[in-house]
Ligand binder design. Sequence first.
Ligand code: NAP
Ligand code: F7E
Length: 342
Amino acid sequence: MRAIIFGITGQDGSYLAELLLKKGYEVVGITRRVSVPTLNRINHILPKIKIVEGDITDAFSVSNVIKEEEPDEIYNLAAQSHVGTSFKQPSLTWDVTAGGVLNILEAIRYSGRKDDIKFYQASSSEMFGKNYNLREGFAEMIKYQDEKTPFMPQSPYAIAKLAAHHLVRNYRDSYGIFACSGILFNHESERRGEKFVTRKITKWIGEFVASGMNKEFPALRLGNLDAKRDWGHAEDYVRGMWEMVQHEMPNDYVVATGETYSVRQFLDIAFKHVGIDDWQHLVVIDPEFYRPAEVDYLLGIPAKAKRVLGWEPHISFEQLVERMVDSDVETARLQRPDLQRV
Ligand code: NAP
Ligand code: F7E
């Protein structure tokens, strides 16, 4: 089997490439030409991967690589994926996150192999935005999102993802292309980008610990601590992507844990893991990190993925937070040779 991964240098791309290699795939990764190295997350598997230069916004390069590499499966993980940035660079976000998907779908359609290629698109829980459903719980009504929840996107990123989501459905219905979308809720890891709130927190904690918990250490500056997210581990979620593509029928699935926690609760567990109970004085609330429009609450029900694909998450929220903290503490220690002797 041969797979192309757009977005192989990102968090998910690196885990998916590892998974596909373990399963015996030939993996082709598309990377952009940039002036600084971006291969950090895949350095350890580079000899086993074929790297091809390309940009998802360049229809020619997308079409050429699909014709030349003759893949069985294509995973599109490429995006301008930061919600906050999408308010500052909406046009770029649109071109990459929506336009790029159109380029891939058209390239598949005219490849001469449209019935031989299976396509996965990285959709997002951000598409639900402010919407949720209500279900009777034990003590209170539970708010949740699943495949039937109407979309109400709140950012240029989410709107671009929703356009891409509909394109995937439309190309499936119109041309019979095997195209599926995973509506993935937030998933994090030791490889998470440093501008996302979880990694921003754990990286700061790592550096703070490596400083010897120095009182002069600059505060951790954050925005809305009350936002709630359904956070899982990326390793579990890339398994879900692969399982969707192996099913005989293309379809869309919610991938989530079924639990929700606030940013504040993430901070509680992360700080407690390094022995700090009262973290409030270490954090400054900075309006710069508030968004023009916020998504307050996400809790996904992955019942369809469980029923049809047998998918379930294996890594708990607490394990996720602790793994991220441990990794960032270790990395920060290694960067402080003075502390390695102790
Ligand atoms: P990420 O770490 O930000 O990775 C994004 C990838 O897209 C990087 O490899 C990046 O390459 C590539 N890319 C950006 N612009 C490109 C362009 N013009 N042409 C080709 N490649 C381009 O994101 P992630 O967390 O792994 O997420 C993977 C996908 O899932 C994204 O589409 C994201 O929007 C979506 N998603 C993520 C989550 C989540 O919680 N992580 C949840 C739902 C959906 P460079 O290294 O060159 O920048
Ligand atoms: O924000 C709040 C922020 O940037 C989470 C992407 O992978 O998941 C991700 O999008 C919450 C928001 O992720 C800071 O306001 C507070 O409510 O980590 P985030 P996100 O926006 O949920 C979805 C599913 C995707 O598809 C996206 O690609 O945390 N928050 N203070 C902060 N967020 C950031 N980034 N920085 C702060 O200082």
